[in-house]
Design a protein around this ligand. Structure first.
Ligand code: PAF
Length: 282
């Protein structure tokens, strides 16, 4: 596995592959890799000849008081995992390589509407940070295909919309959420949970499953279902940020005619903010 920290070095290597006619995949990450990331790399290998994984803890997507400084940085272990999965190139730039200017002077990629709701309402500026860095990574690597986890459902929609609106010629693939045996979605932030919180955390996925079952059994009052799920999360010792049943195509409240739905949840537990989602057809 080649490791590159500069855009110039990355581009030179990708140019060589392009000259050989290789199809290139990009898996953007912030490191602290778990089985969910490994799944992204595995899938990338099936859709491309060469796989680039980026590890960059992106300051622009963290708000004030969030966990940018404490976000786990585990480069050595990450490198071993990526090499074992047959990653061709690890791109691990520093902040100054990605952002040449102070943040206040940085060009920002903004996806309006979608970025302002759900996680965007609780984390103002977060999705502008995500869209900007992913746009930059797309321009640096110019991948044929890029893969992202469906656990971050709203993020995936923001990135798809950004690439479509800016005519970036990249195929975007969403990869199914990888879960622990008790249903908890894999996340780097699960590491913030202590033993007691870890036992409570599966309540998040349970709330999604139960709500999904009720909708499929014909329950029509979605507001009531949302309120009930929030209560269940509170009873399990979590502090719900939001629990919403939305139209899967645009994350807006569904009408009675909408069949394709997604249930999205964010809840605080100790030092962690857990998010998860479940799609369903009713
Ligand atoms: O999902 C993440 O790890 C990050 O938001 C991403 C897509 C790598 C952008 O920094």
């Amino acid at each position: 596995m080649i490791t590159e920290a500069t855009i110039e070095g990355l581009r030179a290597q990708v140019a060589d592959w392009r000259a050989e006619g290789r199809r290139v995949a990009l898996v953007p990450t912030m490191g602290n890799l778990h089985a969910g990331h490994v799944q992204l790399v595995k899938q990338a290998r099936t859709v491309a000849d060469r796989v680039v994984v980026s590890i960059f803890v992106n300051p622009m997507q963290f708000g004030e008081g969030e966990d940018f400084d404490s976000y786990p940085r585990t480069m050595e272990a990450d490198g071993e995992k990526l090499a074992a999965e047959g990653t061709d190139l690890l791109f691990a730039p520093g902040v100054a390589e990605v952002y040449r200017r102070p943040q206040a002077e940085q060009t920002v990629v903004e996806v309006p509407g979608l970025s302002a709701i759900l996680c965007g309402a609780s984390r103002p500026g977060h999705f502008a940070g995500v869209a900007t860095v992913v746009c930059k990574l797309f321009n640096m690597v110019q991948p044929d295909v890029a893969l992202f986890g469906e656990k971050d459902f709203q993020q995936l929609m923001v990135i798809r919309r950004m690439a479509e609106d800016l005519e970036i010629p990249v195929e975007i693939i969403g990869v199914a959420t990888v879960r622990e045996a008790d249903g908890l979605a894999m996340s780097s932030r699960n590491g913030y949970l202590d033993a007691d919180e870890r036992l409570r955390a599966p309540a998040v996925y349970r709330s999604l499953q139960e709500t999904s079952e009720r909708i499929r059994d014909g329950a029509g009052d979605l507001g009531q279902l949302e309120a009930r799920a929030r209560q269940q999360l509170e009873a399990a010792g979590l502090r719900p940020d939001y629990f919403h049943i939305r139209r899967a195509s645009d994350l807006q409240p569904p009408t009675d005619q909408d069949r394709e739905l997604v249930i999205l949840v964010a809840a605080y537990l100790g030092g962690a903010r857990l998010i998860d989602n479940l799609t369903l057809t009713r």
